[in-house]
Design a protein around this ligand. Structure first.
Ligand code: SF4
Ligand code: MG
Length: 323
């Protein structure tokens, strides 16, 4: 349903008295991903690795520098603003902070009704109100929410309002960008369960973006691990946790708090910060933090290669495996 190829998002950096372009930020640097109907692809990595930019480039909120985004047989990168508006019926987004994405001066009813109005769904106001009440029920909110304002709700309830708005047009794919990251752990799991229930009911596909690998594991069929604008490993969720092959993925997994203290750690915890995407390291982007880095890693960039012998791809970009 979604086929992203060689997507690049480079932001110009201007400087000097003449304000000429002096450099580029390589926020997304050649990413390929595919998502099928009804499936969840988790996109994980530390903050600043380009996950959110990738999400926005797929939605065409940012005009990509290169590459293609094919959604449901249509190429989005060539579309006009009006054509993209039509596509938004099928392609929605849920952001981290519903406080920011929900208009605080509008009632919840109006917030959820707005997309229905824009896309001329329902024959009149009465029918649209009925639809909104059904949506409120679907996301586990009471009818009286219709006349109330977002600030009257808790963080978890506000995220339910965003979800109701996102599913109002019965989309095919929703990009969830850190959708539960601002919530307490107990509320997180309620919202995740709601998202998974809606997925089954509506055959929704998700791209689930998060810095939190344990959250991503919980919801995803497949996971892609991103580092400095590139996918470094992607596999079925179970395969990834059973045999993580990229040193970065291994470090992310080993940094998840373990309930069982006797469980053997497979890799060292991550050290240092993600280097700046303004001047990413040559060779393998991860070599400045990798415990296995060799001379080759400093100069040659590893390719993303499928190392799986089964029908499920397991892509990894690391010289250790190539050799
Ligand atoms: Fe580490 Fe080299 Fe593999 Fe990069 S290519 S992850 S630096 S071993
Ligand atoms: Mg982000």
């Amino acid at each position: 349903m979604l086929d992203v190829k060689n997507l690049k998002m480079h932001f110009p950096v201007y400087g000097g008295i003449l304000r000429r372009q002096v450099a580029s930020v390589f926020a997304v640097d050649g990413v390929d991903i595919r998502v099928q109907a009804g499936e969840t692809l988790g996109l994980v990595g530390e903050s600043g690795c380009g996950k959110s930019t990738l999400g926005r480039a797929i939605l065409q909120l940012y005009k990509n520098t290169a590459g293609s985004v094919n959604f449901d047989g249509k190429e989005l990168t060539d579309m006009s603003v009006t054509q993209l508006r039509d596509v938004r019926k099928d392609l929605q987004v849920i952001l981290q902070d519903p406080g920011e994405s929900l208009n605080s001066r509008h009632t919840v009813g109006r917030i959820i009704e707005e997309p229905l109005e824009i896309h001329n769904i329902g024959k009149d106001a009465k029918e649209r109100k009925l639809r909104v009440l059904q949506l409120l029920d679907k996301v586990g909110l009471q009818e009286d929410a219709y006349h109330r304002y977002p600030h009257e709700f808790s963080g978890g309830q506000r995220q339910r309002i965003s979800i109701a708005r996102a599913i109002a047009l019965e989309p095919k794919l929703i990009i969830c960008d850190e959708a539960v990251s601002a919530l307490d752990v107990s509320i997180q799991s309620q919202v995740l369960n709601l998202l998974m229930d809606l997925q089954k009911e509506m055959n929704l596909a998700y791209i689930f973006i998060s810095h939190d690998l344990s959250v991503v594991r919980h919801v995803s069929d497949r996971i892609a691990v991103m580092y400095l604008g590139k996918i470094v490993e992607s596999a079925q969720t179970d395969d990834l946790f059973e045999i993580a092959r990229h040193p970065y993925t291994q470090a992310l997994i080993s940094s998840i708090p373990q309930a069982d203290p006797n469980r053997k750690k497979t890799a060292k915890a991550l050290q240092g910060d993600v280097p700046s995407p303004l001047s990413p390291p040559l060779g393998c982007h991860f070599h400045t933090r990798c415990p296995h880095a060799t001379e080759k890693c400093k100069s040659q960039r590893p390719k993303l290669i499928n190392y799986s012998s089964s029908e499920n791809e397991h892509l990894v970009s690391c010289h250790l495996l190539e050799d």
